[in-house]
Design a protein around this ligand. Structure first.
Ligand code: AMP
Ligand code: ZN
Ligand code: FE
Ligand code: FE
Length: 276
């Protein structure tokens, strides 16, 4: 029997991963994982009865999760929500509101592209996303892919670097909730709130302010982050009494260098999400 491993961060084709939720279960099983959380951006559509059934039949324990896009002081902050009640009316209304705001934001990005003589219509975007499997959280990754398809750029990376990344000419932040809003909503739905990939936060005061919020955990083990770079986050988690979480941030073919299970947590950590 392999030692217990659970990957707590990956994306399905309900947001911007290339694999269906069920495929993720198969991949998790092949990778020898015993626990999994699919953490799509701003949607929990992955968590259908079929998914729970599929996980059960492969002896994988599924932890409901989501990765919420928030903003603090013009900096994008991702908050992971685990063990939220997937039937919560208030939480689902919150997710719907985020999706609505995304539609407006995509519209702004498309208007910026049009001004650069790189027209992409809303219809094209919707069509493009609907031809892909799964229910989509549509965002910049889809706009980037469409720009490649239309021959405006050679690669997805180029679309981000030149046009779509924060600070680039066609970027639009959109109207985002704050990290504290996200934490409140996660807690109200009985879940645990975790600060995702804190090492991405380059501005000191942002991290300082975020660490004062009522998180339950912080993501310490991430993708292929070198061991020595995990250490400070693990120590911080210990100091705060927070759960030291981890996962691959697997996106399938869209980030081919990352494999499911390349970062993980042990059974003791995983179990903390199932305690009330
Ligand atoms: P959105 O939710 O629409 O803001 O898009 C966020 C997603 O875009 C992230 O999860 C990444 O997959 C991708 N992304 C963000 N910034 C970059 C970048 N600089 N290069 C490539 N992909 C990026
Ligand atoms: Zn993503
Ligand atoms: Fe993220
Ligand atoms: Fe992610």
């Amino acid at each position: 029997m392999n030692a217990f491993r659970a990957d707590l961060h990956c994306h399905s084709d309900c947001s911007d991963g290339s694999d269906s939720p069920l495929t993720l279960i198969h991949l998790a099983s092949k990778a020898g994982l015993q626990g999994l959380s699919i953490t799509d951006h701003d949607t929990m559509e992955a968590y259908t009865p079929e998914l729970f059934q599929g996980a059960l039949s492969r002896e994988i324990t599924l932890l409901p999760g989501v990765e919420l896009s928030t903003e603090y002081s013009d900096v994008s902050v991702h908050i992971l929500g685990y063990a939220v009640d997937i039937a919560s009316t208030t939480f689902n209304a919150f997710l719907t509101e985020i999706q609505k705001r995304r539609v407006s934001r995509n519209r702004e990005i498309l208007a910026n592209l049009a001004r650069k003589n790189l027209p992409v219509t809303e219809d094209e975007l919707t069509h493009f996303a609907s031809r892909l499997e799964g229910k989509k959280t549509i965002g910049r990754p889809h706009i980037a892919a469409l720009m490649v398809q239309k021959g405006y750029v050679r690669t997805w990376q180029e679309a981000f670097e030149v046009y779509l990344k924060q600070g680039a000419c066609c970027y639009a932040p959109g109207k985002k909730f704050t990290p504290h809003d996200a934490i409140r909503q996660i807690h109200a739905a009985g879940g645990k709130a975790v600060l995702a990939h804190p090492h991405f936060l380059r501005r000191g005061f942002v991290l300082r302010d975020l660490l004062a919020l009522p998180f339950d955990g912080i993501e310490c083990y991430y993708a292929k982050l070198p061991k020595q770079q995990e250490r400070p986050w693990v120590e911080l988690a210990e100091k705060k009494g927070w759960i030291a979480t981890g996962g691959s941030d697997y996106h399938g073919a869209f980030k081919p260098h990352l494999s499911l299970g390349c970062s993980w947590v042990n059974e003791e950590t995983f179990a903390k999400f199932f305690l009330l």
